[in-house]
Design a protein around this ligand. Structure first.
Ligand code: ZN
Ligand code: ZN
Ligand code: ZN
Ligand code: ZN
Ligand code: ZN
Length: 158
């Protein structure tokens, strides 16, 4: 009679598979060796073996070049990040004239466009487009009231 003195289940021996680097129980070695190669693929670019199920994801993320539609920026997909939001060629609408510009050209335009002057139709003051918002919300009505009270001031406006 050969009885295990300790009555314990011995911990199963494992080995590291050469192909997938997985930790495999010895008892499964035979089956694993048969299927491992079939279930994995070797990425020649990473020099690594990966599960076949991850192949599409891996290739798409690591070895696929993503190109910006607006500028020549072209990098591996996983490095692309939030380029769309910082792309120098992304489009922006000028708040002064409503024309659409590339961001890289907009700064120059906005300087020029924002300092163009016009005459406010309500109070007849001359101001730049950059001042418009503040003028409309803070200045215009007071100016109008003032001009109503002292209409002769308006005559010297030109
Ligand atoms: Zn394996
Ligand atoms: Zn790879
Ligand atoms: Zn871009
Ligand atoms: Zn503009
Ligand atoms: Zn005004």
């Amino acid at each position: 009679m050969n009885q295990n003195e300790h009555g314990k289940v011995e911990e199963e021996k494992t080995y590291i598979c050469e192909v997938c680097k997985g930790k495999i129980p010895m008892s499964k070695k035979f089956m694993h060796d048969l299927t491992c190669e079939k279930n994995t693929y070797y990425c020649t670019k990473c020099k690594e073996r990966l599960p076949k199920s991850l192949k599409a994801e891996h290739e798409g993320k690591m070895h696929f070049l993503k190109k910006c539609k607006l500028c020549p920026y072209k990098v591996l997909a996983y490095q692309y990040g939030d380029h769309d939001e910082i792309c120098p060629n992304r489009l922006i609408k000028c708040p002064y004239c409503d024309v659409i510009f590339k961001v890289c050209e907009f700064t120059i335009h906005a300087d020029y466009c924002g300092s163009k002057t016009y005459k406010c139709e309500k109070c007849l003051l001359t101001l730049t487009k950059r001042e418009k918002e503040f003028h409309d919300s803070h200045i215009c009505s007071t100016t109008q009231a003032y001009l109503n009270e002292y209409p002769e001031i308006g005559k010297y406006q030109e």
